[in-house]
Design a binder for this molecule. Structure first.
Ligand code: ZN
Length: 331
């Protein structure tokens, strides 16, 4: 067990490294979608390395600290898991329990509550199952049937796409940008659903295989895990009009409260994107804090609704003290 509690007091602010995970599952078998995932063994090894240099604290302890109660070890870490995927019950939960650790699990409420496969995840499965050129050609064909004369490239800001997805090939960067940021939501969802159906079958049949259920979340919460919000519909918040934004955060809060009880809960912005209106909506809905995808360490009592996180793929560099901007799986 980690034990880096310093004797005596330091003049330095305690420094919390918040790590962000998405898929944690073994490599895809033939015929499965090759999702960009961390292997459970690699996850376990990463926990080992992290625990050797920092005390891994519980989300509640961190939220207490940010609210002005209690202290923190000088060098600590916090584990967070986005998107409410089944991996978190199958692989992560048992590993955390074995080590006596807690983590924060951020779930979007629409898929769990309404048995709906979400656009982002249908897209991940399509990206993991098809070559990018094939995927783009199919998407363009579906787009042309609905909006004659339009192509994916009409919905891309090239420079932004290349800088945001700098770790991707050019076509994957352009495609991912169009889907997350460029295309109107309805059009995008309709096309992704059609393509998903063609390649993977009925999206409704995938919900149970893909996402956590309320029973699993209740079991995790009862065992000391923190279940927080990750929106209702997983849209890019700064793209939503103010009324839809408020509705989305409130729905997320209300459903979590109805299903898992009223208690302090944190939030993670979908795609890490937020602005002042997003902060306000999340706070007004009832959440106590919110996590971004800005890379970096949190020194001292950082603003509660702008907590930085480091993607697990960049963790080794962060542990070596050379944090740099990388995040791979949040879109
Ligand atoms: Zn997400």
């Amino acid at each position: 067990m980690p034990d880096s509690q310093a004797d005596g007091h330091s003049m330095c602010d305690p420094e919390c490294l918040v790590v962000m995970y998405h898929y944690v599952r073994p490599p895809a078998a033939p015929g499965e979608s090759a999702l960009v995932a961390m292997d459970p063994d690699a996850f376990d090894r990463q926990l080992e390395r992290l625990a050797a240099s920092r005390e891994i604290i519980s989300p509640d302890r961190y939220l207490d600290f940010l609210a002005g109660c209690g202290g923190l070890p000088e060098r600590c870490a916090l584990l967070t898991f986005d998107d409410g995927v089944i991996d978190h019950y199958r692989h992560v939960f048992p590993m955390l329990q074995r080590r006596g650790l807690s983590g924060a699990f951020f779930v979007q409420t629409d898929p769990v509550e309404n048995q709906r496969m979400e656009a982002t995840h249908m897209n991940h499965m399509l990206l993991g199952g098809l070559e990018i050129d094939e995927l783009m050609a199919e998407f363009d064909a579906a787009l042309a049937r609905r909006a004659p004369g339009r192509t994916l490239s009409d919905f891309v800001l090239r420079d932004k796409a290349m800088s945001l997805y700098h770790y991707e090939s050019e076509n994957r960067a352009l495609y991912k940008y169009a889907v997350a940021f460029g295309l109107p939501f309805n059009l995008r969802d309709e096309i992704l659903t059609e393509m998903f159906r063609r390649h993977w079958g009925d999206p409704g049949d995938w919900v149970r295989r893909f996402y956590l259920s309320w029973d699993q979340l209740a079991e995790m919460q009862a065992a000391g895990m923190h279940v927080g919000g990750h929106s209702h519909g997983h849209d890019v918040y700064p793209r939503l009009p103010r009324d839809r934004l408020a509705q989305d955060t409130r729905r997320c809060w209300d459903i979590l409260t109805a299903r898992l009880g009223r208690r302090r809960r944190a939030f993670a912005y979908p795609f890490g994107r937020y602005n002042l209106e997003s902060i306000e909506a999340v706070r007004v809905a009832g959440f106590a804090a919110a996590f971004t995808t800005h890379d970096g360490l949190n020194a001292g009592r950082v603003p509660r609704f702008e907590i930085a996180r480091t993607d697990c793929v960049a963790l080794d560099a962060a542990l070596a003290g050379t944090v740099n901007g990388r995040s791979h799986a949040h879109a």
